[in-house]
Design a protein around this ligand. Structure first.
Ligand code: NAD
Length: 248
């Protein structure tokens, strides 16, 4: 059954001129990073989304660091899995042009993807809430270990924020770049996203040929040419292998 759906997905995507991949937290759960919405294992089963708003951070930055520092450490130490690697392979062989990711974990780059749009920022760095200078995440984590919470900017002493998009915060410039990219695209493979977070969930609307791979249904399933409800590791590496074999 899954094999048949994979064949259908490849049929759709291989007839496209310009295919982009859109990923969400579900592609990284097999790398040990919890997603938001999965029951029990998802982050929202343990912490509240209300503590991850920009208003909360600006009024009391301690909360984000107290709740988030372990999560940031897990993310910075995680390794890419076979699905990240398969997508990197598809890009290096020219079947996929780019990856637009809602993830902040940097695992696509670690797996070899070159053209990556991080539309919710990255845990690789922090940013000063005063002068906007970037700092490596290591500095932020080391300060937290020393009890300096929030970590402060060495240049202007304002609090440093992990450079990830909190709820209620404006989108980074990479989002506009991603919009330009989907306007060029005629095919999209959306992997491991509940597709409920706006404005990221607008992006598939720009593309005629949508394929969705996710364990559960999404609000955009009706727009998709093919929906594969399966585990990321069961689907994405196999899809990439068959697609690459067909091309060879
Ligand atoms: P989400 O948590 O809303 O949805 C993840 C989806 O992936 C769910 O529908 C879930 O059923 C599915 N899924 C999880 N593991 C799977 C697997 N092994 N196989 C198949 N499907 C699987 O995540 P989202 O749509 O990306 O949106 C939430 C936000 O989460 C994003 O803004 C992102 O910034 C943030 N986030 C990122 C990370 C990360 O960087 N790895 C982790 C947690 C949250």
């Amino acid at each position: 059954m899954i094999q048949e759906q994979i064949e259908q997905a490849i049929e759709v995507l291989s007839n496209c001129e310009y295919v982009v991949v859109l990923t969400g937290a579900g592609i990284s759960t097999e790398s040990g990073i919890p997603d938001f919405r999965s029951p029990v294992s998802g982050l929202w089963a343990k912490v509240s989304p209300d503590d991850f708003t920009i208003e909360k951070f600006m009024s009391d930055p301690h909360i984000l660091y107290q709740l988030g520092v372990d999560i940031f450490r897990v993310i910075t130490e995680a390794r890419p899995n076979a699905a990240h690697e398969a997508i990197g392979n598809l890009e290096s062989r020219g079947l996929v042009k780019s990856v637009i990711t809602q993830n902040i974990d940097g695992l696509h780059q670690k797996a070899g993807s070159k053209n990556v749009y991080e539309i919710h920022g990255s845990v690789r760095r922090g940013i000063c809430t005063g002068c906007h200078q970037e700092q490596p995440m290591e500095k932020l984590l080391n300060d937290v270990v020393k009890g300096i919470i929030p970590p402060l900017c060495p240049r202007c002493t304002a609090p440093l924020k992990p450079d990830v998009t909190l709820f209620g915060e404006g989108m980074p410039p990479a989002f506009q770049d991603a919009l330009d990219e989907v306007r060029r695209a005629d095919g999209m493979l959306a992997v491991g996203s509940s597709l409920v977070i706006s404005p990221a969930n607008m992006l598939p609307g720009y593309v005629d040929n949508l394929v969705i791979v996710n364990r559960e249904s999404t609000p955009l399933d009706r727009k998709a040419k093919v929906v594969i409800n399966g585990g990321i590791l069961d689907v994405v590496p196999l899809l990439a292998r068959i697609w690459l074999e067909k091309k060879a």
